[in-house]
Write a protein that binds this ligand. Structure first.
Ligand code: SAH
Ligand code: SF4
Length: 380
């Protein structure tokens, strides 16, 4: 196969087809077949002429990541471990709630930014995902959530809810493995597909990019494809953030706050979501909260406090529920809307920031021959 058709958004597909001497509108038909009907079979695309189908089959194909594992947690959270070849595994997680179904999508195998508390970061960077591998996560989730297999997840009602949670993907968050803005072009092309009415047709408000703060790429995202934005803050001052989120040494907080302010006029929502991982005794004091309030004074924002997800040898502990409550109260009293992220899918290690625990690390990769066996071993 020379070309994977899942690598193209509408513009790319139009170019590809035009170069083959085809009419541009064929791109819409192809997008609908692939992304709305969920077809991976060119031969079955019945409103394309036989000649075109033959030509496409000769020059292109539709190739998806392979599902290695598929798990449903007691709370209905569903996690897929996907093989993207060469002994590389990535994950996506579906989180059902009453009013929405959120898919957490990965953008890279590993991550180069090495945040101190992140298991993806601890594993180093391996490679960027292709567009097909990013959008393939959504393709597969839609397909598998619609299947009979998903029926067994339906009995799981989250505590306090009396109606069945959403079992379709209505929202996407780029909060899986990797730093989306470090894989800029592929992520933007995948975002185009998420938003395209001929593909997934999600509104910009329902697609969120989460970044640790790559400022030049943040400015480009604003120009190219402004979707909802989450920024991983995790510390209220440069000294602490330099340690926790090392990219801060290059793009310090004052510049990050300015970039957030620049982003807002283009954003589909009138606030930025700041993520803040709660690390016991590290960034969770009342003084830290007060400092945070001062830091974000000029940025319309909401806070999402994430209880730290522990992993072996992380060197960090999760703040206590009481500490998190007090921290939240300080922010709330200053008028900042603050939610505490509920840990989901704990029994399948599906919580965000815990995903890379399932992928073998770089040192092991060089030692090993069989990829999938390694990935599988790591998930036991
Ligand atoms: N690279 C991007 C998106 C992926 S991480 C970013 O950093 O924003 C998604 C979120 O999970 C980020 O806020 C990240 O800081 C957080 N996270 C990483 N490791 C975590 C852990 N062990 N416990 C809780 N949250 C974690
Ligand atoms: Fe990379 Fe995000 Fe993990 Fe930092 S928190 S290492 S940016 S994935």
């Amino acid at each position: 196969m020379t070309v994977n058709l899942l690598d193209y958004d509408r513009e790319g597909l139009t170019r590809f087809l035009t170069e083959m001497g085809e009419k541009p509108f064929r791109a819409k038909q192809l997008l609908k077949w692939m992304h709305q009907s969920g077809s991976a079979d060119i031969a079955a695309m019945s409103d394309l002429s036989k000649a075109l189908r033959d030509k496409l089959a000769k020059h292109a194909g539709i190739e998806l990541p392979r599902v290695l594992r598929d798990h449903v947690a007691a709370d209905g959270t569903r996690k897929w471990l996907l093989s993207v070849g060469d002994n590389n595994g990535i994950e996506s997680v579906f989180i059902p709630e009453a009013d929405r179904g959120t898919l957490c999508v990965s953008s890279q195998v590993g991550c180069a930014l090495a945040c101190a508390f992140c298991s993806t970061g601890k594993q180093g960077f391996n490679r960027n995902l292709t567009v097909a591998e990013i959008i393939g996560q959504l393709w597969l989730a839609n397909r598998m959530l619609g299947s009979d297999d998903d029926a067994h997840a339906l009995h799981a009602l989250p505590p306090g809810q009396d109606r069945q949670p959403e079992r379709r993907v209505t929202n996407v968050v780029m909060m899986g493995m990797g730093e989306p803005l470090a894989n800029f072009e592929n992520v933007v092309t995948a975002l185009h597909l998420m938003l395209d009415d001929h593909a997934y047709g999600l509104s910009r408000r329902r697609v969120t990019v989460s970044t640790s703060g790559l400022i030049p790429a943040l400015d480009r995202l604003r120009e190219r494809c402004p979707v909802a934005l989450a920024v991983s803050l995790h510390a209220p001052n440069d000294a602490l953030r330099d340690e926790l989120v090392p990219i801060n040494k290059k793009y310090p907080l004052s510049e990050l706050m300015a970039a957030c302010r620049r982003y807002l006029p283009a954003a589909p929502r009138d606030f930025i979501t700041f993520e803040y991982v709660m690390l016991d005794g590290v960034n969770d004091s009342i003084a830290h909260a007060a400092e945070l309030v001062a830091l974000v004074r000029d940025v319309p924002c909401k806070f999402n406090l994430i209880p730290f997800n522990p992993f072996p040898n992380s060197g960090f502990k999760r703040s206590s529920a009481e500490t998190i409550r007090i921290f939240r109260d300080v922010l709330m009293q200053a008028g900042l809307v603050t939610t505490v992220r509920r840990t989901r899918g704990d029994d399948i290690a599906a919580a965000c920031g815990q995903l890379a625990g399932q992928v073998r690390d770089k040192t092991r990769r060089t030692m090993s021959g069989c990829a999938d066996r390694n990935v599988m071993e790591a998930t036991r």
